[in-house]
Write a protein that binds this ligand. Structure first.
Ligand SMILES: [Zn+2]
Length: 447
């Protein structure tokens, strides 16, 4: 029932989603002949940036930016500048001012990321709010993140952030756009998360990022290189709707997150639940799971088969849990959207302990079962059949389903009553008119 409702809502709302469907399209930014690029290694001097995990972001960004500069220099008809080549302090305004002084077509700000609780992972790109810079950012961001995805990084998406004053939140974007220069912040990966850390743990890997960035820039501008023997002049970028004069920023949590019981194998200690969720403003990105009623949560996992570049994600997937013997799990799932806002599901309470008392006795003879809690996910398509267990294992959810069915019936009944009333009234009116006609009568005469 839940999944049906969510699928229905998703189909209705798909047309209203912000992410633009990926489709080959010509580049929207026209630079004429020569392309002037400014590479901005983020931070510098006293501003160290992220200093997690034995990394110093200001140094990492410089290494990547220098490799990007070298690689881009191999292309024809391009002029490249860097806001800094040494460890110096530079304000965001000074960086944008420098880009203006060289008449830059684009400023690319190089960064590495870290999160407060060390729980985020993946690459993202921040683009301006206003047209036409948002669409330029979107088309470039798609190339950059496609390269990151190819490396094996998780894609957190092409995003905009609104400041309190209604302008772009990030200073380098705001200052650049104020000077009519498109600018993006390229967050390559999270240095403090184990899944990302191995992508940036050597100088060579940081330089690899720079070369990948250069290739994304070359594709974006349609550059040619006789040295590298590549020609991107006919390269088609992703479609970005130029009609978006201002990008809508998602500031709300996902609209729905629900858990549905599928099956429990008490003998083997496995529990399968269907996780259904939807967000009508931005794609779902991560989920995390609690088996102790919300006291503790697992590390975040990528939403199975989500594609942040197209905005597609399955609205339902099967969550398979290995349950620790001797516990009766209380499962809650958090669904996170692209802006790291989450919605918590209903709580599924197991009606019995894993394994049940009978099996516990036999488990003593088979000690090879249960090696702690682990999470396995099987993504499924959007139109999964609703499985009703018929048991009272899922009592709270069943009651909700019952309520929903009642509501639907009540609504149908109401519609029937209204329609029948209309028909009855119309028939009465018809009969009255007919009677009058036949009798050649009027009301006044009758009275
Ligand atoms: Zn940074």
């Amino acid at each position: 029932m839940y999944r049906f409702l969510i699928t229905l809502l998703t189909v209705i709302m798909t047309g209203l989603l912000i992410p633009v469907q990926a489709c080959a399209a010509p580049r929207l930014q026209d630079t004429g002949g020569k392309v002037i690029i400014v590479i901005d290694p983020g931070h510098g001097g006293k501003n160290q940036g992220t200093i997690e995990n034995n990394h110093e972001e200001k140094q990492m960004t410089l290494t990547t930016a220098l490799a990007m500069y070298e690689e881009l220099s191999l292309y024809d008809n391009v002029e490249i500048y860097m806001t800094r080549t040494e460890d110096v302090d530079l304000s965001l305004k000074e960086r944008a001012e420098f880009a203006l002084s060289v008449d830059a077509d684009f400023l690319f700000s190089i960064h590495y990321n870290a999160s407060l609780n060390h729980e985020l992972f993946g690459s993202e790109v921040w683009v301006p709010l206003e047209a036409p810079y948002n669409t330029y950012g979107y088309q470039f961001g798609h190339e950059f993140l496609s390269a990151m995805k190819e490396k094996g990084l998780f894609v957190r998406g092409i995003k905009t952030r609104l400041g309190e004053d209604g302008l772009d939140y990030y200073g380098i974007i705001r200052e650049s756009v104020e000077r009519e220069i498109p600018a993006v912040i390229m967050e390559h990966c999270h240095v403090d998360e184990p899944r990302d850390a191995s992508f940036c743990d050597s100088e060579e890997k940081l330089r690899e990022f720079g070369r990948a960035d250069a290739e994304a820039v070359a594709k974006y501008f349609g550059l040619k290189s006789s040295v590298l023997n590549v020609d991107y002049s006919d390269y088609q970028l992703t479609e970005a709707d130029a009609a978006f004069s201002r990008t809508k920023v998602d500031s709300t949590e996902p609209d729905l997150c629900l858990l549905d019981f599928l099956e429990a194998d008490y003998e083997n200690g496995t529990l399968s639940l269907a996780v259904s969720a939807a967000d009508y403003d931005s794609p779902l990105l991560y989920y995390s799971c609690s088996t102790d009623g919300g006291k503790t949560y697992s590390a975040r996992e990528g939403w199975p088969e989500c594609d942040t570049l197209t905005g597609d994600y399955p609205d339902t997937f099967t969550l398979n849990l290995d349950i620790q013997p001797g516990t009766a799990p209380k499962v809650i799932v958090r669904a996170y959207n692209q802006y790291d806002l989450y919605t918590e599901s209903n709580c599924y309470i197991s009606p019995q302990v894993f394994p049940s008392q009978q099996e516990e006795a036999s488990a003593d003879q088979n000690p090879d079962s249960g090696d702690g809690e682990s999470v396995e996910v099987v993504p499924v398509g959007a139109d999964i059949n609703v499985q009703n267990t018929g048991e009272d294992a899922d009592r709270d959810v069943s009651f909700l389903v019952f309520l929903e069915i009642c509501l639907v019936f009540a609504a149908l009944l109401l519609v029937l009553v209204i329609v029948s009333q209309c028909i009855v009234r119309r028939n009465r009116k018809k009969k009255r008119l007919q009677r009058r006609k036949e009798a050649g009568d009027t009301r006044n005469q009758k009275r």
